[in-house]
Design a protein around this ligand. Structure first.
Ligand code: FES
Length: 896
């Protein structure tokens, strides 16, 4: 079959029934991405004879005689197509995994399509941006500054990978073929039962199937307990998971894996595996799971696994307080109590989980993974497979979105096992349905709040009772529960606080780390209750917060008085409150369409977050001067749309008085950088960035000292050398006496606090329950803003993801079965669904952060749902106690 791709003539035959996406990628065209394989997301978009087409649902055999154009054919990094240039100029992406398909689709837009983006963009999804920057690209709005001077910090420079991303040339995890020959593929047989014991397994037929090289089960894997969650301290999470376990605890859990020459061979052989299960009783409701009659999920574990109470299915618990909350509630002039629920929500990073592994020429295990934490994965693989850490290398290319979901080890352990057993390279990639059915999602929580105040509106008591559904395994459940119950209540000054919280095993799909790490769930309840209390007392919600929030000089108090390393490195909550209040009163935003029974109202909510996770977060960096004036930065953090690579360029260029194009960053590779805990907890700027700043400061001093040894006198670093008096000493002269480099380390302590305040003005159609957002505004206290365009995008993206969770996203389970495991049925925001959000920044300087910066990337999510619920209540009186707040749920409230 003759056809062309990006102008190059080809002659290949597809397999029967093969889709165009896999056909193109198998023949080396990796500018076409995999997002869903169902025609929903558009990551695989190509032009077929000029028409935008989802290649994952287009039969490959139909391209005979046709011209296929991908993002790589539209333009090159050196000669961009105008639409590609527009995306670069607007900063129209974050992780960039959607971008190649987005550019292809929009490059073919007619004027009419550009004028009707809600309709014309419905086939291309982006999970990172919130779409405003994509709208800007299509309107040719430039948000990026061209910076050729030496003061990059504080400027809206482009991501260094911009031109490669818009042309589809930036490699993601499974795009590279720089691996030894003989790549094998893994396919996994998942459990059909929610809770069962494998009493027998017969893999003989599968082993002899065409193309099959190995079939792996519990008989082939180490009997080592670990957690898929990764933290600096591996004991933060319970050891309750095995590579293969003889007991299955949720539908979809690994039972066996086929390793074969092709993915198709592997998937076909799965049907030949015979498994005998002894079915056990299952429990799906976390409240039921704590009852004495509930089936026990991990009764086989002992204290070494660090599970709070295996006899009650309780993974983690806290029952503590400060002051006497009961007495204070009894004596309060006004009390509000209620119970709020949050749903199971998926990250929906556009790049699914996946990794590929092989043995290098020295016999070392090498894994390339879509991970936020390569160093922690390396360490845990060494632990599970009893290998010296030096015998394992883990690294990441650019990662296509994470949102906390890739702070897990979900594919790497199986790939490692398969590589070690077969000696050949092995690849394992999640499907989009796998993301919904076996990848951890956000912990659903039930949060009861009781809060009281005196007649002057001063808080007197705050008590919360949290029940978190861990699912079948305890990965991140401890940390998410504790974190959810800290800053959510520590932001309030109140003499009596009480926290009762438990995370509980069920036979549901496991929960895990998700943007906000538990705060979003608890803040939804606390901020809703605060709004009710303010209204009950007749106090404006902004004023109520001003009277009760912590200010510098206050202790941080949650269920105990914080005596750790958390402090006010800066404080901008007051500014954020002022900014959002003024914005909501400004008259900006839109008005509802005339004619419907609209009721309008406004609402707000606040959120505080520690800028770094507790208990240590470490980054080691090295910066080396090259003779041509470039600086090579070796740093461990992964780039997955968080923008840290851009900010690291800015930090290094600013401190070393050079331009960003002279900064070369080698990152996220256990072989080339010092240790890095990983890119989670919003630490890329404030931990790795600070370590980098320290290294740059040291290197600058060393360079100047060496220059002064050659020529004494005041010295100043320049882009091409050192100026000493009237003399310029170039770098090659400086390096004649030896290399110049410096290390920088930051251990993540002490920690500061960031703040976010969100405000909405909404209209509610009382006939249908439909909510329309008229004005959305968020103020963020991020300290010094190192890259305004990028930070604005982070806030917008967080708000967009939070609006999805607030309005319609929910994984629906029926006795452990995920009933909506596709993007067709699990709706994430399209461009048409999201309003633009006005983003405002407090003017603060943090004494702890690099150049005064604080972290931000996950925090914008947290105040969105309660602000929206409060606005709905203000508009129509319907108090929403659960998310998602779908029109039918709002309508039901209105109808009561
Ligand atoms: Fe669109 Fe990440 S930038 S999915």
């Amino acid at each position: 079959m003759k056809y062309s791709v990006d102008g190059v003539a080809r002659d290949d035959e597809p397999r029967p029934g093969q889709c165009l996406r896999t056909f193109l990628r198998e023949h080396g065209t990796t500018s076409v991405k995999k997002g869903c394989d169902a025609g929903d997301c558009g990551a695989c978009s190509v032009l077929v004879d000029g028409r935008p087409t989802h290649s994952c649902i287009f039969p490959a055999h139909r391209i005979g005689g046709l011209a296929i154009v991908t993002a790589a054919g539209l333009g090159t990094p050196e000669n961009l197509h105008p639409m590609q240039q527009a995306f670069v100029d607007a900063g129209g992406f974050q992780c960039g995994f959607c971008t190649a398909g987005m550019v292809v689709t929009t490059s073919a837009f007619t004027t009419a399509q550009k004028e009707n983006l809600p309709q014309s963009m419905k086939g291309n999804l982006c999970r990172c941006t919130g779409y405003r920057s994509i709208r800007d690209a299509l309107a040719a709005t430039k948000n990026i500054e061209c910076v050729d001077n030496q003061a990059a910090q504080g400027r809206s420079i482009a991501a260094p990978a911009s031109a490669r991303l818009v042309t589809g040339n930036e490699p993601f995890t499974l795009d590279l073929r720089d691996i030894p020959d003989g790549l094998l593929h893994a396919a996994v047989l998942g459990s059909p039962h929610s809770h069962a014991y494998i009493s027998g397994i017969n893999t003989a037929a599968a082993r002899s199937a065409p193309g099959v090289v190995a079939v792996l089960t519990y008989l082939d894997s180490p009997d080592i307990l670990f957690s898929t969650a990764r933290h600096e301290n591996r004991t933060d999470d319970p050891d309750d998971t095995r590579v293969f376990d003889r007991t299955v605890r949720f539908i979809g859990q690994r039972v066996a894996a086929v390793i074969a020459e092709t993915a198709r061979d592997a998937e076909r052989a799965l049907a030949l595996i015979e498994v005998d299960f002894e079915i056990r009783a299952a429990v799906f409701d976390p409240a039921d799971a704590r009852s004495p009659t509930a089936p026990l999920l991990h009764a086989d574990k002992d204290a070494v696994s660090r599970i709070a109470d295996v006899q009650r299915n309780v993974v983690a618990a806290v029952h503590e307080g400060v002051g006497d909350a009961e007495e204070a509630l009894a004596g309060s002039a006004a009390v509000v109590e209620g119970t709020w629920k949050t749903a199971r929500v998926q990250h929906v990073a556009m790049e699914t989980h996946g990794s590929v592994g092989w043995l290098d020429s020295d016999g070392r295990l090498v894994i390339r993974s879509s991970t936020q934490v390569p160093f922690l994965v390396r360490d845990e693989l060494a632990h599970v497979f009893d290998l010296d850490r030096l015998k394992v290398r883990v690294f990441a290319t650019r990662v296509g979105g994470g949102f906390g979901g890739k702070q897990e080890m979900l594919t790497e352990d199986l790939v490692a096992l398969a590589v070690l057993r077969t000696g050949r390279p092995v690849q394992y990639e999640f499907s989009r349905s796998d993301q919904f059915t076996i990848a951890p999602s956000r912990h659903p929580m039930q949060v009861s709040v009781r809060v009281g105040a005196d007649t002057s509106g001063q808080l007197s008591a705050l008590a919360i009772d949290v029940l978190s559904d861990a699912g079948a395994y305890g990965n991140h459940s401890v940390g998410v529960m504790f974190h959810g119950c800290t800053e959510s209540i520590a932001v309030y000054r109140c003499p009596a606080k009480r926290v009762d919280a438990e995370a509980v095993y069920t036979n549901n799909v496991p929960s895990g780390a998700f943007r906000g790490y538990g705060l979003g769930q608890v803040i939804f309840a606390v901020e809703s209750a605060m709004d009710q209390l303010a209204r009950k007392l007749g106090i404006d919600p902004f004023e109520f917060r001003r009277r009760n929030v912590v200010v510098p000089g206050d202790d941080f108090v949650d269920w105990h008085v914080e005596d750790g390393d958390l402090e006010f490195g800066s404080y901008g909550l007051d500014q954020c409150l002022d900014l959002v209040e003024a914005a909501l009163s400004s008259g900006r935003g839109t008005e509802p369409e005339p004619g419907s029974p609209w009721k309008t109202g406004r609402g707000m909510a606040i959120a505080m977050i520690a800028t770094i996770p507790p208990r240590g977060h470490v980054a080691d960096t090295t910066v080396t001067l090259e003779s041509d004036g470039r600086y090579v930065v070796r740093i461990g953090t992964a780039e997955f749309g968080n923008g840290t690579t851009t900010v690291h360029h800015q930090i290094a260029a600013t401190e070393l008085r050079t331009s960003v194009d002279r900064i070369v960053i080698v990152q996220s590779d256990t072989d080339t950088g010092g240790h890095d805990t990983g890119a989670f907890g919003s630490t890329g700027t404030v931990v790795a960035g600070k370590a980098l700043l320290i290294a740059c400061e040291r290197l600058r001093d060393r360079i100047l000292t060496r220059a002064q040894a050659i020529c004494p006198g005041p010295a100043a670093l320049a882009a091409d050398g050192v100026d000493v008096g009237h003399r310029r000493i170039d770098f090659s002269t400086l390096l004649e006496s030896g290399p110049l480099s410096a290390d920088g380390r930051h251990d993540g302590t002490p920690r500061s606090v960031s703040f976010n305040v969100h405000g909405f003005r909404v209209a509610v159609d009382t006939a249908t329950g439909r909510v329309v957002i008229l004005h959305s505004v968020q103020a963020a206290d991020a300290g010094t803003v190192l890259n305004p365009a990028q930070l604005r995008g982070q806030v917008e993206g967080g708000v967009g993801q939070a609006l999805g969770a607030a309005l319609f996203e929910e994984i629906v389970l029926d006795h452990g079965v995920v009933v909506n495991p596709t993007l067709r049925n699990y709706h994430i925001p399209q461009l048409a669904d999201l309003p633009n959000t006005e983003v405002l920044f407090a003017d603060t300087y943090d004494k702890l952060g690099p150049f005064g910066a604080k972290s931000m990337s996950e925090a914008p999510f947290n105040p969105v749902a309660p602000a929206l619920a409060n606005a709905i209540a203000d508009a129509c009186g319907a108090r929403m106690y659960a998310v998602p707040m779908t029109p039918d749920q709002v309508w039901r409230k209105l109808s009561r």
